[in-house]
Design a protein around this ligand. Structure first.
Ligand code: AMP
Ligand code: GLY
Length: 424
């Protein structure tokens, strides 16, 4: 089978690694890919938003399946373009990717179908939003409606902060057109869990749970980032939590999308909060998490191509997912200063230590290969260092040991990824 992966971050590296494990994969392409993916796939210099070019490439290279890793191309309808060209593609169509692309849509869907989530109101007029805040309870959460690289969420402790937030989102357009509409919702407290799933339009199969660490600094301090590290499974995702979500969240979401005429195929990522009143949905994503994929996929026993084909063909009911009975931890090695400002272009050394070490992975995110062949830092999140272990404690020790194998100037990491486990 020939496979094309669209994207070029740590998540796509983890997907490529999983595809490379499949005995069915004869050739893997990745567009645009990165300096790490290049070692297991042929990288093609086409951008993820160049749909026509990508479809042409898939056609002319007889690609059997294209996997879309990123949210932007999904929200903009890449799957529709591929389907119209008669190509097999894994991911939701535009009318289904809206589950992530519009927070107002996803909140309205949950309300209509009784899926547990925080109480909320939507606004397209800043004056009305400001008026609403006058009587609202603090803290409160403001969300820009559209995609904003995970940064369009403001948690406000006081009325003044909230008013300033409405101005930032709706008037100053800090998150661009994502701020034309906004959601104001109740602030919830509890543990967060990320649950990824495969969906074929009707059937949903849940992957092993994970937890992300979104803040830049130890102790969950500092600014929100794309994710500084993950672990899987989450010990807080108990059998009881799973039973509740199976009954009230997962299948209901798939059925709701079908009932709306927006048949969902691909990955649904459920961002859950385990509140005192039970699990509630914080958000949906229409793709694998980054860096959740880096801890979940290495533990999956199934052939990923079998599973993805079943999603495309609508035969997922014939499959069960299996995960290794172990754990994995991913620590992101970032450029110091991320997510605000940082220098790039520093040489990365030490990756050779990973060669031949079972259960250790050096996933590339923001890296680039120089003309002389050296690999240099090229982004805020540079590498995702993943290690497995018999349990989370061992996986954590292994991952942090492996982080010491790598060196680059201005290397920064959190030192408490997965520490919550030891407190559990
Ligand atoms: P989202 O992009 O909607 O997942 O929001 C990003 C992060 O903001 C989440 O992972 C939570 O940590 C936090 N957050 C979002 N909504 C709420 C809420 N209603 N209550 C408390 N925290 C929230
Ligand atoms: N790690 C969170 C996300 O991928 O949205």
């Amino acid at each position: 089978m020939k496979v094309l992966i669209v994207g070029g971050g740590g998540r796509e590296h983890a997907i490529a690694e999983c595809v490379a494990k499949s005995s069915r994969a004869d050739k893997i392409y990745c567009a645009p890919g990165n300096a790490g993916i290049e070692k297991i796939a042929e990288c093609v210099p086409i951008g993820a938003m160049e749909f026509e070019k990508l479809a042409e490439f898939a056609k002319s290279h007889a690609v059997d399946l294209t996997i879309i890793g990123m949210d932007d191309p999904l929200a903009a309808g890449i799957v529709d373009v591929f389907e119209e060209a008669g190509l097999n593609v894994f991911g939701p169509r535009k009318n289904a990717a809206i589950l992530e692309g519009s927070k107002a849509f996803s909140k309205d869907l949950m309300k209509k179908y009784g899926i547990p989530t925080a109480a909320y109101e939507t606004f397209d007029d800043p004056q009305e939003a400001l008026l609403y805040l006058e009587t609202a309870r603090m803290p409160i959460v403001l969300k820009a409606d559209g995609l904003a690289l995970g940064k369009g969420v403001l948690i406000c402790n006081t009325l003044e902060e909230a008013k300033a937030g409405v101005k930032e989102i709706m008037q100053d357009k800090k998150f661009g057109s994502a701020g034309n509409h906004m959601v104001i919702e109740e602030f919830m407290t509890g543990r967060e869990v990320s649950v990824l799933s495969f969906v074929d339009g009707k059937t949903i199969r849940i992957m092993s749970s994970a937890q992300d660490h979104k803040r830049a600094k130890d102790g969950d301090l500092g600014l929100n980032t794309g994710g500084m590290g993950t672990f899987s499974p989450s010990p807080f995702y108990t059998k009881e939590v799973d039973a509740f979500c199976q009954e009230h969240i997962y299948q209901k979401t798939v059925d709701a999308m079908a009932a709306e005429g927006r048949e969902y195929k691909g990955v649904i990522f459920f961002g859950l909060m385990l509140t005192e009143d039970g699990p509630k949905v914080l958000e949906f994503n229409a793709r694998f998490g980054d860096p959740e994929a880096q801890v979940v996929l290495p533990r999956m026993k199934n052939d990923i191509l079998d599973v993805m084909e079943a999603c495309v063909d609508g035969t997922l009911d014939q499959l069960t997912l299996e995960f290794e009975d172990n754990a994995a931890v991913c620590v992101v090695l970032a450029s110091d200063g991320y997510p605000v400002s940082y220098e790039k272009g520093f040489a990365i050394t030490g990756e050779e230590h990973f060669a031949g070490k079972e259960g250790y992975y050096c996933f590339h995110a923001g890296t680039r290969k120089n003309e002389d062949g050296t690999i240099v830092t090229n982004g805020g999140r540079v590498l995702g260092i993943t290690a497995k272990g018999a349990d989370l404690k061992e996986a954590r020790a292994n991952a942090y040991a492996a982080c010491e194998w790598i060196f680059f100037e201005n290397k920064y990491m959190r030192t408490d990824i997965g520490k919550a486990i030891e407190e559990a």
